[in-house]
Design a binder for this molecule. Structure first.
Ligand code: C2E
Ligand code: MG
Ligand code: MG
Length: 717
C-alpha cells in the first residue's frame, strides 16, 4: 500500500496551513516559515524524498486553496461534521483546547449559554463558528486572521473571542491585551489532523506513511524544541536540592526573560515577514504575493481560465485631499471587503494607494468576466458612508486574462495595467480589456516625464475649447480651455496623463501660466470679433491654486490680453479648496473683486459639502460627469443631481452639468433646473479653427460627424 502510494507520488507536495499559529507555524525573522510543522515536514521530506512546499497563509485562504486544488494537504485541521463531506482526515496528532476569552469588563460568562446576546469574535474559517452555531450562538464577528482580531480588541470593536488556546495565549497575553482579557471557560477541545480533498486517499496514505517514518526520538526532539519539556527533578540530597532550587529560580527567571524577549522579537519579525507579502493597511496580499498566487494558479489549472481585474478608484487623490488619508484608508478597506464577496474570487490584493486587484478563477467566458467587472463597479459605486454623508467614487478597471494575455502573473499584471490606463483615458468609470497594442503604449509613457520638460520650449502645448451652453435656450455662454500636449513621440497627450507628472516635476507653474495667457488672449480675440459674453473657463491645478503668486499670474494674464475679468472663470476642485482655500481666501476675495468668477470642478467626487463652499466666493458648481451616467433612469443619479441642483440654487450658485452625452440627459437636466451643460452631445473639445467654424455655423448640436470627440479631444499615446 505504502509502496503503491509512493509510486503515484507527485514531485512536489504542496502543504497549506495557518501562517499565524505559534508555535506550530508562523513567520520567522528571515521572512521564512518557522515552527513545529516546518521541522516536521522537513523530516517528512527527508524520509520520503518528495519535495515539500509548505505554504503558510491566512486560515480561510488555506482551506480555500486546498478545496480549490491549489494545494495537496492542509495541516492543523479540526475534524467537524461540516468538514466531513469536503475532506479526508489523517489520524489526529495533537490535542488542542479552544477557549472563550472575555473582556474583564463583562462578568458572568461561565458557559456557552451565557454568550447569548453577545457578539463573539472568530477567525474566518475557524471550526469555532460551527461549534458556536450548534449552541445557537449566531452573532459572530468574523476576522480575516488573528492579527485582525487582536486589532479589533485594541479598538474595543469586540469584547468576546473564541480562540484556540495556543494562539490566544500568544496573542492576548504576549500582546499586552491580556490584562483586559480573561480565559472564561474551556469551550471544547479538538485534535489536529492533516486533511486532503475528499477522495484523495492516495495522497493521504502517502502523507501518513511518510509521517510514520519519523522516529519517536525525532519527534521528542521536535517537541522539546518547540513546546518545551517538563523538567524531571529528583532531589539528590537536601543541600544539593537547595542549591539547585536557587539556581533553578535564577534559571527560571532568566528563561522567562529570554522567552519574553524572544516572543517580542518574534512578534516584531513576524510582522515584518507578514509585511513582505501583505499591504499593511488592508492586510491584503501585495503585488509580490498576487503575482505568486497567479503563477501558482496557472501552474495548477490547465483548462480553466483566470481573469485579472486591476481596479483604480477614480479621483481617489481628491478624496484624500478633501477628507484626509484616514478616511481614504477606511474607504479602501471597505471597497476591498466588498470585492472579496464577488463570486469565484481567488485573490483580492492591494497594489498601490488606490489600486486594488481581483483575480477570478474558473470556467469563465467573456460574458462572465464582463458581468463580474460590472458587479465590481456597482459594489464600489454604492458609496462610502462618512459622517452622515456618502462619499461616491467610481472605478476604472483594466482586465487581462489567462491564457490569452500572458503566461505568468507579471505579464498579466502589466497588461491589466495597460488596460486600466486605457479605461482611465477614455473617461474613467469604465472597464477595458487588454489588447496587445497597449503594451508598446505603456512602455512609451515611461519617457513621458522627460519629454514634458522640453515641451514648453518647443511650443508643443495647445488648447482645445469645449462649448458650454445654457440649457433653457441652447445659447453658447462660454468655453472651457482644455490643455493638450502635441508630442512628436507620443502624439496628442491628454492632461490627465501629464498634469500629475508636471506637478511632480515642478513644471506646473510655467505650464499653467502659459494656459492662462493663451486662453485669455484667445477669449479677448473673440470679444474683438464681436462674440460678446463668451466666458473662458480655465482649470487650475491644486499646486497652481495654492501658489503664492496666483493673484499676479491671473492679473498679468488679464492685463496683457485685455480680457474683461468678468469673462474669466477659474475652475478648481473641492480638494484644492479644502487644502489651500483658507490660506488663499484673501487672494480669492481680491480676484473676485476684480470681477472674475470661480467654479468648482468635478463636484461630487470629493468632500461635497455645499456648506463649506459657502465660505468662499464660488459662483458655479460643475457636477461631475460620473453622476450623469445613469440619467435619466437611475434613481440614485436622479436624486443626486436633483438635490445638488436644488441646493446650489438656494445658495445662489449656478450649476453646470459636465459630460452630457445624449438628448435624454439634456432633457432631464433642463427639467431639473440645471443652468448649463457641457459635453459631447453639445460639442467635444475643439481646436480654435473647429470652434470658430462651429460658431459661425450657428453652433448646431449634436455637432455632426466631423466633430466626433475622437477627432481632437481624446486621442492619446
Ligand atoms: P475637467 O476640467 O473636468 O474637464 C472635462 C473633461 O471631460 C475633459 O477631459 C473633457 O474632454 C471631458 N469631456 C467633456 N465632455 C465629455 C463627455 O460628454 N463625455 C466624456 N466622457 N468626457 C467628456 P480632458 O480634456 O481630457 O481633461 C481632463 C482633465 O484635465 C480636466 O478635467 C482637468 O481637470 C484637467 N485639465 C485640462 N486642462 C487643464 C489645464 O489647462 N490645466 C490644468 N491644471 N488641468 C487641466
Ligand atoms: Mg474643468
Ligand atoms: Mg470636470
Amino acid at each position: 500500500m505504502a509502496v503503491a502510494a509512493l509510486h503515484a507520488a507527485p514531485a512536489t507536495l504542496r502543504v497549506v496551513s495557518d501562517n499565524n499559529y505559534p508555535p506550530y507555524l508562523f513567520i520567522g525573522p528571515d521572512h521564512q516559515p518557522r515552527g513545529y510543522l516546518v521541522d516536521e515536514w522537513k523530516l517528512w521530506e527527508q524520509k520520503t524524498g518528495i519535495h515539500v512546499e509548505l505554504v503558510p497563509t491566512d486560515w480561510a485562504n488555506a482551506q480555500h486553496m486546498l478545496l480549490d486544488g491549489q494545494a495537496d494537504v492542509i495541516d492543523m485541521l479540526f475534524r467537524t461534521p461540516e468538514r466531513e463531506p469536503l475532506y479526508d482526515f489523517s489520524a489526529p496528532y495533537a490535542k488542542v483546547t479552544v477557549g472563550i476569552y472575555v473582556d474583564t469588563s463583562i462578568s458572568g460568562i461561565d458557559d456557552v449559554d451565557a454568550l447569548r446576546g453577545f457578539e463573539v469574535g472568530v477567525e474566518r474559517g475557524d471550526a469555532c463558528i460551527e461549534h458556536l452555531k450548534q449552541h445557537g450562538i449566531t452573532a459572530l464577528k468574523l476576522y480575516r486572521d488573528y492579527n485582525a482580531m487582536i486589532d479589533a480588541v485594541h479598538q474595543r470593536d469586540v469584547r468576546i473571542l473564541c480562540m484556540d488556546d495556543y494562539p490566544a495565549n500568544y496573542y492576548l497575553y504576549k500582546n499586552s491585551a491580556g490584562a483586559d482579557f480573561s480565559h472564561a471557560f474551556e469551550f471544547y477541545s479538538s485534535e489536529f489532523h492533516r486533511g486532503v480533498r475528499k477522495g484523495n486517499l492516495a495522497t493521504l496514505a502517502l502523507v501518513d506513511n511518510g509521517m510514520r517514518l519519523i522516529t519517536s526520538e525525532e519527534r521528542d526532539a521536535l517537541r522539546r524544541k518547540w513546546m518545551g519539556n517538563p523538567v524531571n527533578f529528583t532531589p539528590y540530597t537536601q543541600i544539593f536540592a537547595y542549591a539547585l532550587a536557587v539556581a533553578g529560580a535564577a534559571g527560571i527567571a532568566l528563561a522567562i526573560w529570554v522567552l519574553a524577549l524572544r516572543r517580542a522579537v518574534e512578534r516584531r519579525t513576524k510582522d515584518l515577514g507578514f509585511l513582505a507579502y501583505h499591504d499593511p493597511l488592508t492586510r491584503l496580499p501585495n503585488r509580490a504575493l498576487l503575482v505568486d498566487r497567479i503563477d501558482h494558479a496557472i501552474r495548477q489549472r490547465e483548462g480553466a481560465r483566470l481573469a485579472l481585474f486591476l481596479i483604480g478608484l477614480d479621483h481617489f487623490k481628491r478624496v484624500n485631499e478633501s477628507v484626509g488619508h484616514e478616511v481614504g484608508d477606511q474607504l479602501i478597506k471597505d471597497m476591498a471587503d466588498r470585492l472579496s464577496g464577488i463570486e469565484q474570487t481567488h485573490t483580492v490584493a492591494r497594489l498601490d494607494g488606490d489600486i486594488l486587484a481581483v483575480t477570478l478563477l474558473g470556467t469563465l467566458d467573456t460574458t462572465a468576466i464582463t458581468a463580474a467587472a460590472e458587479r465590481m463597479q456597482r459594489v464600489i459605486a454604492k458609496g462610502f458612508a462618512w459622517q452622515g454623508r456618502n462619499i461616491f467614487v467610481s472605478a476604472s478597471i483594466g482586465i487581462s486574462t489567462w491564457p490569452h494575455d500572458g503566461d505568468d502573473g507579471a505579464t498579466l499584471l502589466k497588461h491589466a495595467d495597460a488596460a486600466l490606463g486605457l479605461a482611465k483615458r477614455e473617461g474613467r468609470a469604465r472597464f477595458r480589456f487588454y489588447s496587445a497594442s497597449l503594451t508598446s503604449e505603456a512602455q512609451g509613457l515611461l519617457d513621458l516625464g522627460e519629454g514634458l520638460r522640453r515641451a514648453l520650449q518647443r511650443d508643443e502645448f495647445t488648447l482645445l475649447y469645449q462649448p458650454q451652453v445654457e440649457l433653457r435656450t441652447g445659447r453658447v455662454v462660454g468655453v472651457e480651455a482644455l490643455l493638450r500636449w502635441r508630442s512628436d513621440t507620443f502624439g496628442l497627450v491628454s492632461p490627465d496623463r501629464f498634469i500629475p507628472y508636471a506637478e511632480e516635476a515642478g513644471l506646473i507653474g510655467a505650464i499653467g501660466d502659459w494656459v492662462l495667457q493663451e486662453a485669455c488672449h484667445r477669449a479677448a480675440g473673440w470679444v474683438r470679433r464681436g462674440w460678446s459674453g463668451l466666458h473662458m473657463a480655465v482649470n487650475l491645478s491644486p499646486r497652481q491654486f495654492g501658489s503664492v503668486n496666483l493673484y499676479e499670474q491671473v492679473s498679468d494674464a488679464l492685463g496683457a490680453s485685455g480680457l474683461p475679468p468678468q469673462l474669466l472663470e477659474l475652475e478648481i476642485t473641492e480638494g484644492s479648496l479644502l487644502q489651500h482655500g483658507p490660506a488663499v481666501s484673501d487672494v480669492l476675495s481680491r480676484l473676485r473683486a476684480l470681477g472674475l468668477s470661480f467654479a468648482i470642478d468635478d463636484f461630487g467626487t470629493g468632500y461635497s459639502s455645499l456648506a463649506y463652499l459657502n465660505r468662499f466666493p464660488i459662483q458655479i458648481l460643475k457636477i461631475d460627469r460620473s453622476f450623469l451616467i445613469g440619467l435619466p433612469d437611475d434613481a440614485r443619479a436622479i436624486t443626486l443631481t436633483s438635490t445638488i441642483v436644488a441646493m446650489a440654487r438656494n445658495m445662489n450658485m449656478r450649476v453646470l452639468a459636465e459630460g452630457v452625452e445624449n438628448v435624454a440627459q439634456w432633457d432631464f437636466l433642463r427639467d431639473a433646473g440645471c443652468d448649463c451643460a457641457q459635453g459631447w452631445y453639445i460639442g467635444p473639445p475643439m481646436t480654435v479653427e473647429q470652434f470658430e467654424t462651429w460658431m459661425s455655423r450657428g453652433a448646431p448640436f449634436p455637432p455632426g460627424d466631423d466633430f466626433h470627440p475622437d477627432t481632437p479631444g481624446t486621442s492619446t499615446p
